[in-house]
Design a protein around this ligand. Sequence first.
Ligand code: NAD
Length: 516
Amino acid sequence: SPVIRTICCVGAGYVGGPTAAVIAFQNPHIRVVVVDKDPVRIRRWNSRHPPIYEPGLADIVRIARDGSRECTVEDAGVSKKIPARTPNLMFSTDISRYIGEAEIVLIAVNTPTKYRGAGAGSATDMTAFEAVTGEVAQHARPGAIIVEKSTVPCRTAQLMQETMAVHRPGVHFEILSNPEFLAAGTAVDDLLYPDRVLIGSLPTASGQRAAEALAAIYGAWVPRHRILTTNVWSSELAKLVANSMLAQRISSINSIAAICERTGADVDEVAASVGYDARIGNKFLKAGIGFGGSCFKKDILSLVYLSESLGLDEVAEYWRQVVIMNEYARDRFTHRVVKCLNNTLRGKKATMLGYAFKKNTSDTRESPALEIIKTLLEEGPREIAVFDPCCNPVVIREEIKALLGSDRVLRSEGGSLEIYNNAYDACADSNAILITTDFDEFGSRPPIMGGAAAAAAAAAKSGNASATVAATPAPAKKNGKTDPRPFETAEPSENNLLALHKYLINSATDDKISED
Ligand code: NAD
């Protein structure tokens, strides 16, 4: 297989940034360049604060992007020398140049749901992906390996092949599917210790050579038995199926929650009892306000659209129901809150703890919190207070204003929405406290970051609280591996780097022990 010296990743978003950073971190001899058309994003990747928050990400980026000096890590009394390294991760807006220099091009641009035209509401909007395919076709070197990293509809590789042939007739490119399974909030951990890496290729000799070349990149840190190679269509479809089945479990347990509330059964007890069955397992069985995030809904809808376009209407309907149940769970929760408040929010304050779609992330895309805010605002409350430990209040304000399409939402502008930067103030004098993101500090466990839960409870007691309602969305995936936040801080520091190295050494050892 070809020698890989340079990789170009197109798209510096939630997937492209962390994936490229980890590939660079684990392959110090390969230059990895992340390109994006958005200069602001690129500038932020080149700054001290990456544009997205993920535990450990800032440190990995710093080591790969800026290099590091030789250091020694003390680990359980044993000193380990970590060699110095030179920078091998870059972020740039010079898209054509770096596509042209790479042996492997990863395409990691956004593929949202189409919102108008044919298939609106379920089909995938391939505008960005197609634009990049065109650029790659024009600038890539002959024989380059082009990798679908974005989640795309099944058979996209064929469309890419055709697009490339139009732009560069007669030039051979190998196309691979390598969908990303990382989850927001645990991106670095998921990339460092993936359950599996999936690589789909054509069954030709050159297809398999290309798959081998990509497998070798991951092989720098992923055990070989976790790298699966399949045909390209299976790989494309498997990503949609994985997300659809995860979402389906959440909708399943949420449907059972509705039965529990009417019968006296306790959904947590039911979930625990069911989860002990090894065939079912206990992950993704937490009832709550439904799933959010940029992927689950759009990927199920993509599966729905695919089924419809294949004439499989019953299959389409089956999967569509997962999305319908999700919306039902969220709305049922909001209606319960309103009911708890005697069906009126006039003159009352309700506090929402959590705005991101799940804990440990600042990702707010498709967050159920926003829909809940919308519904509560329609009840004419005195105040809807929002606090999120990971999201910047300025960003929340701007986002809600843009999404609600109204200038007069915020209290400062005559509306009733207020965004706080601490939980205590957000909860003071509140009639209802809604836990809308499953951050640990909002739960009943001893708080990590200064007791927002205690603050919530205290505020609710001292104020004229009439309802405290809690609901948490689906839990973040964790394989019972390692603490996901051992080195989390906003500022990368020398100590963090040592902690990171130690973490990697320890986790690698754990992995070996559990696998033997
Ligand atoms: P994102 O919106 O965060 O990032 C996409 C980036 O692509 C943006 O920075 C955008 O500026 C850039 N871009 C768009 N068009 C471009 C062009 N023509 N040239 C250069 N850059 C361009 O998206 P994301 O969340 O990183 O998702 C990327 C893909 O990965 C999607 O297909 C998504 O379904 C998939 N995915 C996402 C996650 C997740 O947790 N977010 C997980 C697994 C897979």
